[in-house]
Design a protein around this ligand. Sequence first.
Ligand code: GAR
Length: 261
Amino acid sequence: MSDTIRIAALISGGGTNLQAIMDACESAAIDAEMLFVGSDNPAAKGLERAGKHHIPHFVADYKKIIRDFRNKPRENALPADFDIQDMRNKQSFFSGDADPEKTDFFLKSRAIAEAALLERMKDYDFDLLVLAGFMRNLSPYFIDRVNTDPHSPRIMNIHPALLPAFPGTDGYGDTFRYGCKIGGCTVHFIDYGEDSGPIIGQRSFAITAEDTLNTVKEKGLREEWILYPECIQLFAEKRLEIITTKDSRKKERRIVKIRAK
Ligand code: GAR
């Protein structure tokens, strides 16, 4: 057993992963305690799950915040410490030839929404933030304010595919439509890209001729509920080490090495 870590979650929807993690905390299957649950979506069902477990929860309504900024793009709505040039340099959601206005709107509107989230989070001293079906890409503005030590990432995400295959918003759908015979899920630390950060753990399942998109999603979720608590426990046991390697094209890559117990 290790010291109990303090974790927090961000969700957007049903929250079945959140449920699995809260249950693992409460049954002491993992050495973690859930401090709060945040959401971008006031209608997220997972907020009720948090309430049932007496876990403080809150919403930063992204849809409304982004709409308000689109209707009235006031620069003074931006957080005081927002630096657009720094954000442009760091982000990798948009390529260099993307429409600069679109990129800037994304970076600015996200920073406003993220500042609202951070404001609600600031009273909690958490060790690890888990994205549990949080359907918003976090911009470098948010990531830098949580990952204050760049060598010790502390935002985890679960993705419904075997990364690096099928990043994006519909991992199981993309896996199924591609005709894959194996599907899976991945837990990774997040970085400035989309689903591109160092992989911590993966679980897989067979896809047979009888499967439909629905059964693939069901199979996948069942694996997610096992995988996410396992990865949180590895973090609690301080067994996740970030090392730098080079791929076949000599490009540097940060990966996770799991230390033996
Ligand atoms: C899960 O399948 C998770 O992998 C996926 O959303 C679902 C949330 O389910 N996450 C993403 O696609 C992140 N890009 P849940 O709300 O029941 O945990």
